[in-house]
Design a protein around this ligand. Structure first.
Ligand SMILES: C[S@@+](CC[C@H](N)C(=O)[O-])C[C@H]1O[C@@H](n2cnc3c(N)ncnc32)[C@H](O)[C@@H]1O
Length: 174
């Protein structure tokens, strides 16, 4: 099934909304946090234009996205990193500011596949109070909702996100 949310991201050829306008790295200390929570080979689900790839050595990284333009740009920016159109096995499944864009009825399908990875890292601003309709809509969730769906408790790492006056939470299922 193709939803409006997925269609928005697939057709987002000018790569809007990968990060807030004019702010490439609104998260403080992001690469350090990513390196501390990811282990081994990383499969980044929703890698966008490859913004996060340089946090990882090329041989320890696969980037995946539904947007072919994003993958093209990522390949040019990070020629040694690997970008794929299918899910690859890895030690860590990383979804950073992605799952809040996946509608509730599609999320179980994504998480069921993610559960086959030894480690899952979900990073985003959490809390239903952030939900809003729009283009693209966002479906922020409480940390406990992810824990219930993944059927494990997560360690929480907070990353300051001054743009929204809050933290971005990384849930680490290890
Ligand atoms: C806000 S961007 C974040 C990109 C990257 N993770 C980062 O932090 O720079 C969200 C990305 O998720 C991708 N995306 C959205 N829905 C997706 C889906 N169902 N499967 C794979 N990628 C998806 C979009 O195309 C977009 O590149």
């Amino acid at each position: 099934m193709t939803t409006l949310a997925a269609e928005y991201w697939r057709r987002n050829t000018d790569l809007r909304d990968i990060t807030p306008k004019g702010e490439r790295f609104p998260e403080v200390g992001l690469f350090e946090a990513l390196r501390s929570v990811c282990e081994g080979v990383v499969f980044e689900f929703g890698c966008g234009d490859g913004r996060l790839s340089p946090a990882f050595e090329p041989e320890r990284y696969f980037g995946f996205d539904i947007n072919p333009t994003a993958l093209k740009v990522a390949r040019v920016s990070n020629p040694k990193h690997r970008y794929v159109q299918n899910w690859e096995p890895a030690d860590t499944f990383l979804a950073h500011t992605v799952l809040l864009h996946v509608p509730d009825d599609e999320l179980p399908g994504v998480l069921d596949r993610a559960k086959s990875y030894p480690r899952i890292v979900i990073g985003e601003v959490m809390g239903r109070k952030w939900r809003r309709p729009g283009d693209p809509p966002v479906f922020n969730r409480e940390p406990e909702e992810y824990e219930a769906m993944i059927e494990r408790k997560a360690r929480r790492v907070e990353v300051p996100y001054p743009r929204y006056g809050c933290n971005l939470t990384m849930l680490v299922f290890e």
